[in-house]
Design a protein around this ligand. Structure first.
Ligand code: OAD
Length: 232
C-alpha cells in the first residue's frame, strides 16, 4: 500500500500553549477587540492606526513566542512520512516555520509580511509597521499588514482544494470550525473518502463531520498521533 496523503489544517489552538491567545476561547482576542474594527477592510479605512497597532502588538508577541511540541511533531511528520504532508494554517504567526516545517500554506496571511494595497507587492514587514508606509516597489504610501480580513478571499485556495481532492487523511488541529472556507475543508475531504480527525481542546462547531475526535491539548494529542502515523 502507498503511504497516505495527509492534509493538516491548523488554527489558533495549536499556538495557545506557546502563549499566543486564541480568538474565540474565553477572554480570547475577539472578546477584547471588535472584528469590525481590526479585521475588516472597512475598519482599516476608518482607523488605520488602530489596525496597524493591533497587528504590531501581535507581531511583537509572535516574535517572542517559541514553537511547542505540536508544531515540532508536525515538522517531524513532514520530514519523515513517506507520503505527502500538506500543512495549511489559518495562523498568521510563524511558529510552524520556527518548529522546523517548510512550505507552510498561510491561508489567512502572515504577520511577518507587508502588502501594498496598490500594486500587491509583498515584502518582509518590520517589527513595527506604520500607517502610510511607502511600498518599496511602487512607492505608494499604501502598505498594509498582509493579513486576510473578513470579506477578503483567503490565499492559495486553488492549491488547497487540489490537495484536498487527493487527500487520504484530513486532520484539523486547534480550530473552532467557525470561519469558512477553512471550516468546510472537512466536507471536501469526506467527499473524496478521506479519513477525518479533529484534535481540539473543546469540540469545534463542525465536530460531527469528523470520523475520529481526539480531545486534549495539542502538545499531547499531536505528537501521539504523529508517532502512530510514523510507526505505520
Ligand atoms: P478559534 O479561537 O476560533 O478556535 C481555537 C480552537 O482551539 C478552539 O476550538 C479551542 O478549543 C482550541 N484550543 C485552545 N487551546 C488549545 C490547545 N492547547 N490545544 C488544542 N486546541 C486548543 O481560532 P481559529 O479556529 O483558528 O481569522 O479561528 C479561525 C480564524 O478566525 C482565524 O484565522 C482568524 C479568526 O477570526 C482572521 O483573522 C481572518
Amino acid at each position: 500500500m502507498t503511504a497516505p496523503s495527509i492534509v493538516i489544517l491548523t488554527g489558533a489552538g495549536i499556538s495557545a500553549e506557546s502563549g499566543l491567545g486564541t480568538f474565540r476561547d474565553e477572554g480570547g482576542l475577539w472578546a477584547q477587540h471588535r472584528i469590525e474594527d481590526v479585521a475588516t477592510p472597512e475598519g482599516f479605512a476608518r482607523n488605520p492606526q488602530l489596525v496597524v497597532d493591533f497587528y504590531n502588538a501581535r507581531r511583537a508577541q509572535a516574535a517572542e513566542a517559541s514553537p511547542n511540541a505540536a508544531h515540532r511533531a508536525l515538522a517531524q511528520l513532514q520530514a519523515e512520512h513517506a507520503g505527502s504532508v500538506t500543512l495549511v494554517t489559518q495562523n498568521v504567526d510563524d511558529l510552524h516555520e520556527k518548529g522546523g516545517s517548510t512550505d507552510v500554506i498561510h491561508m489567512h496571511g502572515a504577520l511577518n509580511s507587508a502588502l501594498c494595497a496598490t500594486c500587491e507587492h509583498r515584502w518582509p514587514a518590520p517589527l513595527a509597521m506604520s500607517v502610510g508606509q511607502d511600498c518599496p516597489n511602487c512607492a505608494g504610501p499604501t502598505a498594509r499588514p498582509d493579513i486576510v480580513w473578513f470579506g477578503e478571499i483567503p490565499y492559495h485556495m486553488e492549491r488547497i482544494e487540489r490537495t484536498l481532492a487527493n487527500a487520504d487523511v484530513f486532520v484539523a488541529i486547534g480550530t473552532s470550525g467557525n470561519v469558512y472556507p477553512a471550516a468546510g475543508f472537512v466536507q471536501m475531504a469526506r467527499h473524496v473518502g478521506a479519513e477525518t480527525i479533529e484534535m481540539n481542546l473543546e469540540p469545534g462547531e463542525n465536530v460531527g463531520l469528523f470520523d475520529d475526535v481526539r480531545p486534549g491539548k495539542a502538545s499531547e494529542t499531536v505528537p501521539n498521533w504523529v508517532a502512530e502515523i510514523l510507526a505505520g
